[in-house]
Design a binder for this molecule. Sequence first.
Ligand code: NAP
Length: 519
Amino acid sequence: MVNDIEQALDDAAQAQQHGADLVEFRVDTLFSGSGEPSEIDACLLLSKRSALPCIVTCRSAEEGGHYDGPDDARIALYEALGTSDHPPAYIDLEFSTWQRSANLRQKVLLGVAHKGQQKPGVTTRLILSHHNLEGRPADLIRTLAQMRQVEAAAILKIAYTARSIRDNLELFEILRDRDRPTIALGMGEPGLMSRVLAPKFGAFLTFASLRDNSTTAPGQPTIRDLLDRYRFRSITPSTNILGVVGWPVSHSLSPLLHNAGFEDVGFDGVYLPLPVAPSYEGCKASLTSLLDDPNLDLAGASITIPHKQHALRLAEELAWEIDDLASRASAANTIVRNTDSIEVHNTDIEGITSPLVSMLGDLSGARVLILGAGGAARAAAFAMLEHDAIVHATNRSQDNLDTLCAHLNTIAPVPWDQRHTTNAQIIINTTTVGMSTGPAPDESPIDLHACSNLPDNAVVFDTVYAPRDTPLLRQARTIGLRTVGGIEMFIEQAARQFSLWTEHDAPRQHWRELLEEHS
Ligand code: NAP
């Protein structure tokens, strides 16, 4: 967004240093169409002094931009740019404007390269674009067919707000059917996939912002995330797609770990956040669409809140292979797609036992209190029972606690309001209390000061990993109890997923360093 010429030129130079190939100057905040010649001069200067080849776009207010001046003035700007001594590589014009009149089209053609161009040396190419901020346009197919009839359009661009991750599949279809260089992007968080996977499906370009706060459309990644986290330059048509299915997932650290791991072991894959709204139907529709798409190469997924039980139910319904631990714990956190089959696993269980066994050795006979009754609680309870511990569980909602205890009938329920009477040697928090994106980030699910029966050598394990240090862990340390953080579980469960997908050991040490840096 150009507010200040020098700043915009400096940003273009920085974008080049960060690895961009092209820069788009959005001049609709600068150019008002008032007829003031200095406005045109300012845009000419941008094109002349840009460190990178550029697109100049004066986006109309109708399609999400700021320009609400007369069309004539905007087209005169494009003509001045296209016929200048330092023309931009591209200008971007909305198809809706193009359609408005033959007179306007004629004027646009004066400033861009096309077959009938009379003026020698005009090199600026026309990007003909269509945006819809509400969602998928009802007349998308017809609009695209009409846009394809515009011969002078060197590049076609379609961008609309993605309502679900399934919208990306149609955008990929548009790219595969292209008759010329094409850009097809989903705006908003569910559309991230279309932005990152542009090279897999042969898109002409993707957009990234220089800074978090300088995006020109919702859902744009930063150039650092695109190039470093998602390894954009290594994505090819054969790249495997993986991701974390959950709600919310935008803050998940799984993409950071798995993508770095893929780089370390040379696995051709990219791992993305896959936001799926919290219902079984949503989970089923999204997962089956992604898995059934013959061109996506979805190789696997992590499943997180609130879909772990949904994933198991789906596996039962569709007769996928269910790993013994996932089946007995009634929750799955991993999908693995093989050539002829789909498997679900639960790696949370080993993620829980492995740090406790490392700290305490034998867990048999240990008294354990589990806080919570969701997917992680099932995994924790199941894991502890596998090691012959004596398991009690407590949960805010009695119904969910009863369901957990009915499922694993050797667990004893403790009413939520009596949890402070516990004499457990191991307390495991599996509620979302204390989680930065959860319901009560500054709270603890139990007040350890009020637990007068706790042994001095008790261990407090908080499965929450964001933040690394939760209110519960801090309180445990202040009264001298040993602690295990959710990071340990997070690394272990992710490491097992990583091995299932890549057949390589996970780079645990590298992951620890990354988590130190990012949390
Ligand atoms: P889930 O199935 O949605 O269960 C959430 C649990 O939190 C339920 O027992 C729920 O109680 C309880 N809860 C929510 N808000 C509460 C509140 N205000 N007060 C008391 N209890 C509350 O989620 P999940 O998959 O089990 O995950 C739960 C936690 O485990 C998350 O914090 C997640 O980060 C962590 N986890 C960590 C790892 C790791 O690798 N470290 C892996 C998996 C999960 P109700 O039944 O009353 O709603």
